[in-house]
Write a protein that binds this ligand. Structure first.
Ligand code: NAI
Ligand code: MG
Length: 366
């Protein structure tokens, strides 16, 4: 196999981002050489600390380097001040826009572990694919006096395009197909393996134009021949929440417009235990950015006890989207074994292990 070299941007950001991103780098460096993969790394600035030091939260150099040099990147977390600070906006939101990262992909998976009790008895293994660029988050709001003379009225635009709906549904279909392939290819057959399925989430019974367009476009995208044989279904978002909490084991890939995807993914993360376990990837046409779902966790910063697993799994998700499912599987399996044994788990899961000890145990299993 010809060796492939991938350039990876490292953006630790603030707080525990600086403790978990180096762990992500070491996991990449520890992949077996038989895979024929080499990695080169470039350290990049972003975040609130950088803003305080330099006046900018997201330097142009970071954006340009990611655009021009990098295949993938790992983003830690950034702190946001609780009151508005002039000139500061979240660099990850800006990065998603500048790099055309239109999909936020959040896999949620439970692992049986003696170390902690899952909030639900059901084995969860699903992915939420959230549209990242439009819907109510276009932030076009206005407030004006109520013509009745009493108080004010506030309005927000909910914008849905067929272009964005098509590409998000298309990528959801691709993810379902790849998951199916990875399940079949896994050396350890999954006892709970299910057929590839995409659930389209919307509220078109009320919002017949906006969510109606999302629904019908997603249906069209998922009717393409490459998705033949895949189960495609739809679910109105409120009953989706109900079913997700009642029978999360049923779902495979859930595709949703921005707002519903945001809400559903935080709910799903709660079902699998700790924020320290849940990964994500920001995906578009070019670069892939892996990102743990948690924030900068100032309460545990500098103590060396941050759980690195959300980041380690984000490395896996990044590799999946760089079309390296074999490498991703090695990482997922090592993490599952680490949690399954439950000997080296961090305090957020009731264990005593440090970031370094969890990392070393995962690397040993790779
Ligand atoms: P958080 O995710 O940073 O922390 C919530 C709780 O979970 C804390 O008790 C923390 O110790 C724990 N926790 C989080 N990740 C952990 C890990 N890997 N291992 C062990 N425990 C972990 O959320 P919080 O406290 O609401 O926000 C803190 C800061 O992070 C704020 O400035 C916020 O704006 C920022 N934030 C940034 C995000 C991002 O960069 N994507 C996302 C969420 C919050
Ligand atoms: Mg959210």
């Amino acid at each position: 196999m010809a060796a492939r070299t991938l350039r990876i941007g490292l953006i630790p950001g603030d707080g525990i981002g600086r403790e978990v991103i180096p762990a992500g780098r070491r996991v990449l460096e520890s992949l077996p050489s038989s895979l024929g993969l080499n990695f080169s790394f470039v350290d990049l600035d972003a975040g609130y600390e950088h803003f305080k030091a330099s006046g900018t939260a997201l330097p142009d150099k970071t954006v340009e380097t990611l655009k021009k040099e990098c295949d993938g990147a790992l983003f830690g977390a950034v702190s946001s001040p609780s009151t508005k600070v002039a000139g500061y906006t979240s660099p990850i939101v800006a990065l998603r826009k500048k790099l055309g990262l239109f999909a936020n992909v959040r896999p949620c998976k439970t692992t049986a572990s003696p170390a902690f009790k899952s909030p639900t008895p059901h084995p969860i293994d699903l992915v939420i694919v959230r549209e990242n660029t439009e819907d109510l988050y276009v932030k076009e709001e206005k407030t004006y006096p109520d013509p009745s003379g009493e108080g004010q009225i506030a309005e927000a635009i909910k914008r849905i395009s067929s272009k964005a709906s098509w590409r998000i549904a298309n990528i959801a279909g691709e993810i379902a197909a790849r998951r199916q392939q990875m399940r079949v290819g896994s050396p350890v057959p999954d006892a709970h393996a299910k057929e590839a399925m995409v659930t389209i989430t919307h509220k078109s019974n009320v919002l017949s134009q906006t969510d109606g367009l999302f629904r019908s476009t997603a249906r069209e995208a998922l009717a393409q021949p490459q998705f033949n044989g895949m189960k495609i279904e739809e679910q109105i978002v409120d009953s989706m929440v109900y079913k997700l909490f009642l029978q999360p084991q049923y779902y495979d890939v859930i595709v949703a417009p921005n707002l519903y995807g945001d809400l559903l993914s935080d709910g799903a993360a709660a079902l699998v235990g700790s924020l320290g376990l849940v990964p994500s990837a920001n995906v578009g046409e070019g670069i892939v950015i892996g990102e743990p779902c948690h924030g900068s966790a100032p309460d545990i910063e500098g103590k060396g006890i941050a759980n690195p697993i959300a980041t380690i799994r984000s490395v896996g998700v990044m590799l999946e989207f760089l079309n390296l499912p074999e490498a991703a599987n090695i990482i997922y399996k090592a993490v599952d074994e680490n949690l399954g044994e439950g000997r080296f788990v961090s305090p957020d899961l009731g264990g005593k292990a440090s970031t370094e000890e969890v990392l070393q145990d995962v690397i040993k299993r790779m």
